[in-house]
Design a protein around this ligand. Structure first.
Ligand SMILES: Nc1ncnc2c1ncn2[C@@H]1O[C@H](COP(=O)(O)OP(=O)(O)OP(=O)(O)O)[C@@H](O)[C@H]1O
Ligand SMILES: [Mg+2]
Length: 238
């Protein structure tokens, strides 16, 4: 029997973002936040997670390389007190060592079920994909299984991916949207973040490149990062 689809959307509550995509992410979906280095992928994830925790959801942040104390400390600069939320048993920050093997999936599943997790962040999925770099088909299969497993567990996930250089604005040329070139096809939505690197007010942009089951804004829109986090400028018409 087909699983019932949860009604409504999961808003990010990132100012200006949800109006781009019909109110936010689809429930039980896997979403990719991708872009070059320093474009704001981690900040997007932390802000979304924090806003969801404030709504009573429970979250798991999986990192493969970041120093978690530094990450939690940096989040505090935006006023997001994850140390407190962790102590209250509302979220878990864990780091996995990049080792190959099926043990990883099993550990994810166990944690999600045990802690009754609603939101999962994987920052970054590129590190996980690299574990299977030697075998493209295995990488594709493992990423698909991970996404499918999360969705079946009733989780809404954000994956970040790295791109060498910048995410292409013209995608007609078929450029990759992640280092592996696979995860963008598996994800239900792809959000690209851009940083022209020239400074100034209009330096940053964000774009909903695809979102299944959603009428969304197509083009890039201006993005700002301030001491309160991210803020998207509303497009004049949609
Ligand atoms: N308080 C702040 N005010 C304005 N901009 C900030 C502030 N804090 C961070 N930034 C900007 O955000 C960028 C870092 O964002 P973030 O760590 O989310 O990027 P990322 O895409 O995850 O990068 P990486 O590829 O290193 O993982 C910084 O390089 C800086 O430009
Ligand atoms: Mg990051």
């Amino acid at each position: 029997m087909a699983k019932a689809v949860k009604a409504g959307r999961l808003p990010t509550h990132i100012p200006g973002f949800d109006t781009l995509c019909n109110g936010g992410f689809v429930h039980d979906s896997v979403n990719l936040i991708t872009g070059g280095t320093g474009t704001g992928k981690t900040i997007f994830c932390l802000q979304f997670l924090h806003n969801q925790l404030m709504q009573g959801k429970r979250g798991l942040y999986i990192s493969f390389e970041e120093n978690l104390d530094a990450l939690v400390g940096d989040a505090m600069l935006f006023g997001w007190d994850f140390a407190k939320l962790q102590k209250e048993g509302k979220c878990w920050f864990i780091t996995f060592q990049p080792v190959t093997g099926p043990g990883l999936q099993a550990e994810f599943v166990h944690l999600i079920q045990e802690k009754k997790i609603d939101i999962v962040i994987v920052d970054s999925i590129s590190v996980l994909a690299m574990m299977y770099e030697y075998n493209y088909f295995k990488m594709r299969k493992e990423l698909y299984i991970l996404s499918d497993t999360l969705k079946k567990l009733g989780v809404t996930a954000l994956f970040t991916a790295e791109i060498e250089g910048e995410a292409p604005l013209d995608i007609s040329g078929g450029g990759k949207l992640s280092r592996d070139g696979v995860v963008e096809f598996i994800a239900d939505s792809v959000i690209t973040v851009h940083n022209a690197g020239i400074g100034g007010e209009s330096d940053r942009a964000i774009r909903v490149l695809k979102m299944r089951r959603t009428k969304h804004e197509k083009g890039p829109v201006p993005l700002a990062i301030t001491e309160k986090g991210m803020e998207v400028s509303k497009p004049t018409k949609f």
